[in-house]
Design a protein around this ligand. Structure first.
Ligand code: BGC
Length: 471
């Protein structure tokens, strides 16, 4: 395995082997979940992202995004699909929102497409793009659905990437202009805001391993992108708080509880290094703790990109932190000095999802407890869910394994809440099966099945399960 594929292996979200020998744990039915156990003011919602659902990739003046560029290149997406149409949410949002309401969800997380609003990334505003979000937000509110806006879910305007994208320090100015525009245009109706979706994912996959758009790689690009993302995360928070009255502002992190494969000191160190990369790198600077160099000295190289005023500018006190967790990670030491640690494949009898991710409900409990040690006001599970190979038979998708997954993970959210973690919401990933990045349309994460040829939606049994839980 060469260095690049090693890095890919390490940073890939889907690099684990597929596992046929599934040992499906029984669902604990003796302890049924009740909505009221979570409290009356708990936020229940679904999460989505612009590029994965909107389609309309060049409709009404939208500019090109790095994902439009990436998916145009044959071979980049496993099944050669793309987000040109996706689930056509751009045209079908009224029906989709009604369907969401019929499943008793009160909260809808979506993201703005930066190039739909600012086709060149800065400057000229695309009024038709603004108009779309206005209509969609108004339609949600009319149905009694609270919109939760994410500013950035990976679809960077290509024009900005042409100038270096996240690795260019000018990003702070570009992003601030965009955040200011969105919060002024929509802040009169949107209270809940999130700044960045999983900066660890888009910097690692986009600027280190090159597996995702914009396919950049190398330590310098990665570290500069990390620092600029940390600065933008705080700047975005400040801008929203300034522009939106009574705002509830957060940002989201991809997290995975890490455990050493063996009890040795070397394994423990490897696990700590992976913990830095997966869980600590982006939250600690915002809390004024600086970058977690101690366990991962190579991060010291980031100093090169830090200006004196940055130390203060990295800080922002978010109202909530979005925890996005799907699996735990078992780690072992790496023999290559550049690599901080390796992931161990799930055991052959472990239950895994279609992405090869281990189903590890306890990992959800552990990661919430880990994050609740930080001094943050609220934690919201802003994404959690699973892809399984669904089949539509006579108008029904009997996805018992997904229901079982949700039940077990939600039990662990509740357990963490009972043990003192201030978890105030849960957003299922995702509503309608959508475009899963470099994996294409194959992995189905939705609680609603999508026929990508006809765009016909069928509520899966898991969707009905949520309807009954929340009803
Ligand atoms: C991302 C989503 C993605 C999901 C499942 C998260 O990392 O925010 O966009 O579809 O995981 O892979």
């Amino acid at each position: 395995m060469n260095k690049l594929s090693f890095l890919r292996y390490l940073t890939s979200s889907s690099s684990f082997g597929r596992n046929k020998n599934v040992n499906l744990e029984p669902v604990v039915d003796s302890n049924e979940l009740r909505k009221t156990d979570f409290g009356n003011d708990f936020y229940w919602g679904v999460a989505t992202a612009a590029y994965q659902i909107e389609g309309a990739w060049n409709q009404h003046g939208k500019g090109e995004s790095v994902w439009d560029r990436f998916t145009n290149k044959p071979g980049n997406v496993k099944d050669n699909t793309h987000g040109k149409v996706a689930t056509d949410f751009y045209n079908r949002y009224p029906d989709d929102l009604q369907l969401l309401k019929s499943l008793n969800f009160d909260n809808f997380r979506f993201s703005f497409s930066w190039p739909r609003i600012l086709p060149n990334g800065t400057g000229q505003i695309n009024e038709k793009g603004i108009d779309f979000y206005n209509r969609m937000i108004d339609a949600s509110l009319e149905l009694g659905i609270e919109p939760w806006a994410m500013l950035y879910h990976w679809d960077l305007p290509q024009k900005l990437e042409d100038q270096g994208g996240w690795s260019n320090r000018d990003m702070i100015g570009w992003f601030s202009e965009y955040a200011d525009l969105c919060s002024r245009k929509f802040g009169d109706r949107i209270r809940h805001w999130m700044v960045l979706n999983e900066p660890a994912s888009f910097t690692t996959l986009g600027y280190l391993s090159g597996m995702h758009a914009p396919q950049q790689s190398g330590i310098a690009k990665f570290l500069s992108s990390v620092h600029h993302a940390c600065l933008c995360q705080a700047a975005g928070g400040r801008i929203i708080r300034n522009n939106v009255k009574n705002s509830h502002v957060g940002t989201s992190f991809s997290c995975a509880f890490t455990e050493p494969q063996k009890k040795s000191a070397r394994h423990h160190r490897a696990s700590q290094r992976l913990d830095v990369m997966l869980n600590r790198l982006f939250i600690e600077p915002s809390l004024g703790m600086g970058y977690p160099y101690r366990e991962l000295p190579f991060l010291k190289k980031i100093d090169k990109y830090i200006f004196p005023e940055d130390h203060e500018n990295l800080k922002f006190e978010f109202d909530f932190i979005g925890v996005q967790s799907y699996f735990r990670v078992i780690s072992k030491p790496s023999l290559l000095p550049l690599i901080w640690a390796n992931r161990v494949k799930p055991h052959r009898t472990a239950e895994v999802t279609e992405m090869g991710w281990e189903v590890s409900p306890d990992g959800m409990y552990d990661i919430i407890m880990q994050f609740s040690k930080y001094n943050v006001k609220e934690l919201i599970i802003s994404e959690n869910g699973a892809a399984f190979p669904d089949t539509l038979v006579n108008g029904r998708v009997n996805d018992q394994q997904r229901i079982s997954y949700f039940k077990r993970y939600l039990h662990n959210v509740l357990r963490a809440k009972k043990d003192g973690a201030n978890v105030t919401g849960y957003f299922a990933w995702t509503f309608v099966d959508n475009f899963e990045w470099d994996e294409g349309n194959r992995p189905r994460f939705g609680i609603v099945y999508n026929d990508f040829d006809t765009q016909e939606r069928t509520v899966k049994d898991s969707g009905l399960w949520f309807r009954d839980l929340l009803g």
